[in-house]
Design a protein around this ligand. Structure first.
Ligand code: FAD
Length: 347
């Protein structure tokens, strides 16, 4: 049987039995068979080197603009490249997304983990998300999946989280998103190093600085395969953080508005365990950015997972905090809970 290679920025081998571009090749879709929805694979780890089923990719390249008195209304197809879309909007004088520049991936994946960077999240601009329920009918093959729309509230956005990671996981193909970008744009310079810019900085200046900083800080997946931040920043109680700060006064913590919890910088925790540059097989902790696991040569997904398990253990032993992967783990049968997978992994 022919195997199709699934793109992923970890550059690990990952085969599927079928790749289907939706809606162009929807007639090939077989609802009776397993399927995985993917974008450009920048947040996926294929731990079995394959997915035994069909991989669905959005081919929707819609780019439509309209406006109200207050907003630009931007309808974007899920198959568009996120970064290129930001450039296109900037060129049209439509601002707001510049802090999210250079995040790899597609527009369709942006709501799934509510992508965020430099004090801004996708949910800040999302008006609605159009989805197609791929399991909607009992028909064996069909291209008329049931479509419906979710409001911002219905998407249940949180920190790297949304309803698409829970109730609507791996069943609903995001087909299109609608953003509201205010005409009364104001720079968001709250987050370092953007706070070094003048208060009257333009969106283009912010975009340029974000690109510059990200290029310096993060390895380019085209040169050194990786999936960006491997772990989420853990959220702990303020009391727990106070206790940790007694033994490590430099521990970076970020208060969470209206709560008695704080976010801790996962990269700092890993760095403090001395793991920067640490290599296990062909997988390694990046030598400049401890939050990033890289594939140095021919690591497979399992080796990368083994290193992730080791990192979790080291951080737990030093800080009593279990890190949780931000990256999604895909086995031959489909997505699995990453923490449960790592707990059960022998190495
Ligand atoms: C170098 C680097 C830097 C990064 N920096 C950041 C960052 O700053 N902030 C951040 O938030 N993320 C960051 N990421 C993670 C990644 O870029 C985002 O998660 C991105 O949104 C993934 O897009 P993708 O198209 O590659 O999705 P994939 O990795 O292919 O898929 C991710 C998830 O989305 C689902 N999905 C994808 N498309 C659809 C769709 N159309 N409908 C329904 N579900 C879908 C998949 O099933 C999967 O669960 C970074 C990654 C890299 C490699």
């Amino acid at each position: 049987m022919t195997a199709y290679s699934i793109n992923n920025t970890f550059a690990v081998d990952a085969d599927a039995s079928q790749l289907i571009l939706w809606p162009e090749q929807a007639h090939l879709f077989d609802r009776e068979k397993a399927f995985l929805i993917a974008g450009s694979g920048s947040n996926l780890l294929f731990v079995d080197s394959c997915f035994d089923g069909q991989v669905i990719l959005s081919g929707n390249q819609t780019f439509r603009l309209s406006e109200t008195s207050e907003h630009y209304v931007v309808e974007l197809g899920a198959g568009l490249n996120w970064h290129q879309t930001i450039i296109r909007l900037l060129d049209l004088g439509i601002y707001g997304l510049e802090n999210l520049a250079l995040i790899p991936g597609t527009v369709g994946a942006a709501p799934v983990q509510n992508i965020g960077a430099y004090g801004v999240e996708f949910s800040d601009f999302c008006y609605q998300v159009d989805v197609i329920d791929l399991s909607a009918t009992e028909k064996q093959t069909s291209c008329d999946g049931t479509a419906f729309t979710l409001s911002n509230e219905e998407c249940q956005f949180g920190y790297r989280d949304s309803v698409f990671k829970h109730k609507l996981k791996q069943r609903y193909l995001i087909h299109q998103v609608t953003l509201h970008l205010t005409k009364n744009w104001q720079a968001n310079l709250n987050y370092a190093p953007l706070n070094q810019l003048n208060l009257d900085a333009s969106a283009k200046q912010i975009f340029d600085l974000v690109c510059q900083v990200r290029t310096q800080k993060l390895p380019d997946p085209n040169e050194i395969p990786n999936a960006g931040s491997f772990f989420k920043n853990p959220i702990i109680s303020t009391a727990e953080a106070e206790k940790l700060k007694q033994s490590d006064p430099n521990l970076p913590v970020y208060p969470i508005l209206d709560s008695d919890q704080v976010k801790v910088a996962a990269g700092y925790l890993i760095d403090k365990t001395g793991l920067k540059g640490f290599q296990l097989g062909q997988a390694a902790i990046h030598d400049k950015q401890a939050l990033v696991i890289v594939n140095n040569a021919k690591a497979d997904g399992k080796q990368i997972a083994e290193l992730a398990k080791y990192v979790r253990l080291q951080v737990f032993q030093q800080y009593g905090i279990w890190l949780e992967p931000e990256v999604r783990f895909i086995r031959a049968q489909g997505e699995v809970d990453a923490v449960a997978f790592l707990d059960a992994l022998d190495y």
